[in-house]
Design a binder for this molecule. Structure first.
Ligand SMILES: Nc1nc2c(ncn2[C@@H]2O[C@H](COP(=O)(O)OP(=O)(O)O)[C@@H](O)[C@H]2O)c(=O)[nH]1
Ligand SMILES: [Mg+2]
Length: 642
């Protein structure tokens, strides 16, 4: 396909603003998906995505389209110019006060009844998956910034907007869900106009539900988004950037690439430049939206290459795939995202350890943002310390491990990392609360802070400020924009952000306030470790690091929660919260009544049982902590913050 006829764009928006539904209509208009195969949010193909109604992974799709519209088929070259020359101010990115970093080739004649190759990448909207968005944006020249007419601009709207701006992409602002009786079209347009600094009549309107405005939007994409340019237009020097990959049991790693120059065909010897590993392309193709083989992939296009590579750890996003004999520098890749929360995961039975390890390797081949490292714990055996981009990411990964690999897992209470400065000057990073030092060797503790942006209808500002105060936030500037919106910038300990702040914010604002954040600096923290003991044994998975001034409240909460969810045992069981060497909170679960011998379990027998348990360690099921049976779902419930 000629570069002039290619457009690469992405849809970005806050979660639920209608990206995937808009993509559905585009797939229909361009006849990319057969009618009988069409279903709502067809690009959300993962079972979990469909069940929860959210997009987790970006999804590229190639659409071939022959626009019917007069505007695009104007015989403009016959007029001695182009429809997109200086006359058409919409096509000029400087109009949007955006840096014109991408070369624009709008003067190329686009007249006639051309067929366009439109490469769309649908993206997730939740903050935990913004790494997906950042990668998608590196593969395109423009994006549709979608804002829900019933919701207005939200925090993630700003975050994705800033990402797109930094990359110098053409931004097409669009109001979605205009069919809804709750739509506040002109109000929301004013908000976007203020955010983008554009006149509100330049903002398009669509309904993904009825399809209104979608064809027009596609035409605007062709008009406003510049075609891609090739790094080496004259020669066939194949170079492509990996922005994602998948794993297939028989075909190995399948890399998703944006071709920067040249063209590639099946059976060509290629190389992963950074990993320095050669392979032969088993197949090349495009997404339609499922993989469809093509004869070749050429400059400007988005598609896939089947590598046949089955070893983990070779393919990585941001790497360059080029001809094996290429001796140029690799393309500019991506920064790996730093995990935000950590949790340790153990298979319930140690017999599953090998399977579990394999499963993690496989999962990483479809989610490059997930990290893991082997560790071992006294009571839980061998497991993995895993890093996640947020709580939803953690939830999705553990759920996928259970479903896709059929594993029974114990997940510890998630935690952020702390940096300890010991009295002897040694610095240490602590990933797991159960390893947080409990003695007086600690000089100082440092913790990460987050830079948080909150967007809310102005009337909720008061209660939000109170919440911010409760969560130790330092409130910075607050601005109002549009008719009734406020944005507040705050710094907050990441620990406090993870302490259910998202849910609390949602509930005090009736769901209208939204949040986005990035990691900030380390600051000194006043925190202590809280252990939960069951029948006098600390359960490592339940340990937490909490603010010193909230230790009592937290101890009571955890003990109470466990008391309510732990099944009764054969004997009376004490649950205690212990911090700083003292018992802070305690509850006792009485023994099961039907067991007549329950009252006979004295200290002696218990001790013997403990001994026996220790001997059996390694063989026994991991859920047996000490002498108490803690079912898997108790770990899951304890892991969730509320
Ligand atoms: N009324 C109306 N609802 C819509 C429209 N587009 C999407 N929705 C609904 O909004 C919700 C989120 O849509 P989805 O496309 O998954 O949003 P995404 O998270 O941005 O991909 C779903 O319940 C859709 O049915 C629209 O144009 N009009
Ligand atoms: Mg979606």
């Amino acid at each position: 396909m000629k570069l002039e006829n290619i457009r690469n764009f992405s849809i970005i928006a806050h979660i639920d603003h209608g990206k995937s539904t808009l993509a559905d209509r585009m797939l229909e208009i361009t006849h990319t998906v057969e009618e009988r195969k069409m279903r709502d949010q067809v690009l959300d193909s993962m079972e979990l995505e469909r069940e929860r109604g959210i997009t987790i992974k970006m999804q590229p799709v190639r659409m071939l389209w022959h626009p019917q519209s007069e505007i695009l088929n104007l015989k403009s070259s016959a007029e001695g110019g182009s429809a997109f020359g200086g006359k058409n101010e919409i096509a000029d990115s400087s109009f949007y006060n955006l840096p014109p970093t991408r070369p624009q080739r709008l003067s190329v004649a686009m007249a006639g009844a051309a067929t366009y190759n439109l490469n769309l990448i649908d993206t997730p909207g939740h903050i935990d998956f913004s790494y997906e968005v950042s990668r998608a944006l590196k593969a395109v020249e423009g994006c549709i910034l979608l804002v829900d007419a019933t919701q207005g601009a939200q925090a993630q709207t700003l975050t994705t907007l800033n990402m797109a701006r930094e990359l110098g992409l053409t931004i097409i602002p669009v109001v979605s869900k205009i069919d809804s009786p709750l739509a506040r079209i002109s109000e929301v347009k004013n908000e976007i106009a203020a955010l983008l600094n554009v006149p509100s009549d330049q903002i398009l309107e669509v309904s993904g539900k009825t399809g209104e405005g979608v064809e027009k939007l596609l035409e605007e994409v062709i008009k406003r988004v510049p075609p891609p340019v090739s790094e080496f237009p004259e020669k066939n020097i194949f170079r492509s950037l990996i922005f994602d990959f998948q794993y297939s049991n028989h075909r190995g790693v399948i890399v998703y690439v944006r071709v920067m120059s040249g063209e590639v065909r099946k059976n060509t010897p290629l190389i992963f430049k950074v990993a320095d590993k050669t392979f032969t392309a088993l197949e090349v193709g495009v997404f339609s939206p499922s993989e469809v083989p093509t004869e070749f992939l050429s400059a400007g296009e988005i598609g896939y290459i089947v590598t046949g590579i089955k070893e983990p750890g070779i393919a990585s996003v941001g790497d360059t795939v080029s001809f094996a004999k290429d001796n140029l520098e690799p393309l500019h890749g991506y920064m790996s995202p730093a995990p935000v929360v950590w949790a340790s995961i153990y298979s319930e039975s140690q017999d599953d350890f090998t399977n579990f390890k394999q499963a993690l390797g496989r999962l990483k081949l479809s989610d490059s943002s997930f990290t893991f490292e082997e560790e071992s714990s006294g009571t839980l055996g061998r497991g993995f310390r895993c890093g996640f981009l947020g709580m939803l990411h953690l939830e999705i990964i553990t759920e996928r491990l259970r479903r896709e690999f059929n594993l029974n897992l114990i997940v510890t209470i998630p935690s952020i990392t702390y940096e300890i400065l010991h009295r002897n000057g040694k610095r240490e990073i602590i990933y797991s609360p159960s390893l947080f030092p409990n003695d007086n060797t600690v000089e100082k503790v440092f913790e990460p802070w987050a830079k948080v942006k909150i967007i809310t209808p102005s009337q909720y500002l008061g209660p939000i400020m109170q919440k911010l105060f409760d969560h130790e936030a330092i409130v910075g500037e607050a601005e109002t924009f549009g008719d009734n919106r406020a944005s507040v910038s705050v710094d907050m300990p990441l620990r406090e952000l993870m302490r259910n702040f998202f849910d609390e914010l949602k509930s005090i604002s009736s769901g209208y306030a939204s949040i986005s954040y990035e990691m900030g600096e380390l600051k000194e923290a006043d925190v202590v470790r809280l252990d939960i003991l069951v029948a006098d044994e600390p359960v490592q998975a339940f340990s937490k690091v909490v603010s010193r001034k909230r230790v009592e409240e937290e101890a009571e909460k955890s003990v109470e929660k466990l008391y309510n969810i732990l099944p009764r045992q054969m004997f009376t069981t004490k649950i205690q919260g212990v911090a700083l060497g003292r018992i802070i909170s305690s509850r006792t679960i009485t023994a099961m009544k039907k067991n007549v011998t329950a009252h006979m379990y004295g200290g002696d027998i218990t001790r013997k049982m403990k001994l026996r348990e220790k001997q059996k360690k390694g063989k026994k099921k991991m859920k047996e902590i000490g002498k108490v049976n803690i079912p898997q779902d108790v770990f899951l419930k304890m892991m969730k913050s509320e």
